[in-house]
Design a protein around this ligand. Structure first.
Ligand SMILES: [Zn+2]
Length: 300
């Protein structure tokens, strides 16, 4: 298979990231990358949702045209922090434009881009799905958790993301794991969701509370909801590979991995699982969605 070049985007709530990715069969590497702050509601409070959308479209089109000056670009992959349905439309994107952008969805953003980049193959992904595609060459059946400002999850079976017709697959992170009335509030507005209990922000909250009471933060307790989510997926689907990525996973590393492993035996039936072999840390190069999106667009 010839070497292909993809302009890959990872559109986040904090940064708009892009890279030119060289894909050679099942291998991919970044040739160049750049980032700029996302025009989110904190940075640009006066912007309306459609102006934010235009800013993202402008960023993508400009970067693709810039990349074309140096490389023969074969395709564009763009990852967004929201569910993507079976037709490739973005179902919701509150991270980028808050609740007022709901009227724009479902959004066929690929069509808008195709109109501005005629003839260029373009594919949209959920960002965790894009990240998961990085590992498809290595694993066929696995779950990928991303622990960042929120918590993301995608399950891959036989190398394919399991998202369902409306993109809800993986939203286990928005299930209630702590039903107490004082449980922390999630980004989505719900209370006690896994996303509110196991994110980078949640760990900051645990650390601050421990500092106040002059105790060490309890990482094992913090890891328990993650262990429960792993156990649900293991007992429901038989998965035996669980990858952890994202800023918090990179910061806590092996300490977090072993804490999850310690809280797994209490979750259910022990039938000889080697939990330590099942729980793995993803590489900490912060490039999963950029590389995975490029690999997926070349596989299709
Ligand atoms: Zn939630």
């Amino acid at each position: 298979m010839p070497l292909r070049h993809v302009v890959s985007f990872d559109i986040g709530g904090t940064n708009l990231r892009t890279a030119v990715v060289a894909v050679d069969g099942s291998r991919a590497h970044l040739l160049s990358q750049s980032r700029r702050p996302t025009p989110n509601h904190l940075l640009r409070p006066a912007m309306c949702a459609s102006e934010r959308l235009d800013a993202v479209l402008d960023f993508i089109v400009t970067e693709v045209n810039d990349a074309r000056r140096n490389h023969a670009i074969d395709a564009v992959a763009a990852a967004f922090p929201g569910p993507v349905d079976a037709e490739g439309r973005i179902v919701a994107l509150p991270t980028l434009w808050g609740d007022e952008g709901a009227a724009l969805c479902p959004l066929a953003l690929d069509r808008l881009l195709e109109a501005r980049l005629p003839g260029m193959p373009i594919r949209l992904f959920n960002d965790v799905t894009a990240a998961g595609h990085r590992f498809v060459g290595e694993h066929r059946d696995f779950a990928l958790f991303t622990l960042g400002s929120g918590v993301g999850l995608k399950v891959f079976i036989d190398g394919r993301p399991q998202v369902g017709p409306h993109g809800a697959g993986g939203e286990l992170t928005h299930m209630v794991f702590d039903p107490s009335p004082a449980a922390p509030v999630c980004d989505c507005g719900g209370r006690g969701h896994l996303g509110a209990l196991a994110s980078g922000r949640a760990w900051q909250r645990v650390r601050a509370a421990a500092e106040e009471s002059e105790q060490k933060p309890d990482l094992d307790d913090f890891a328990e909801p993650l262990a429960r989510a792993v156990a649900m997926l293991h007992y429901a689907l038989g998965l035996e590979v669980f990858l952890f990525s994202g800023g918090l996973s990179e910061a806590l590393g092996e300490a977090l991995r072993t804490a999850i492993v310690r809280r797994l035996p209490e979750q259910g039936w022990s039938c000889g699982q080697d939990w330590s072999a099942l729980i793995r840390l993803a590489p900490d190069d912060d490039a999963h969605a950029l590389l995975g999106g490029a690999l997926a667009v070349c596989r299709s």
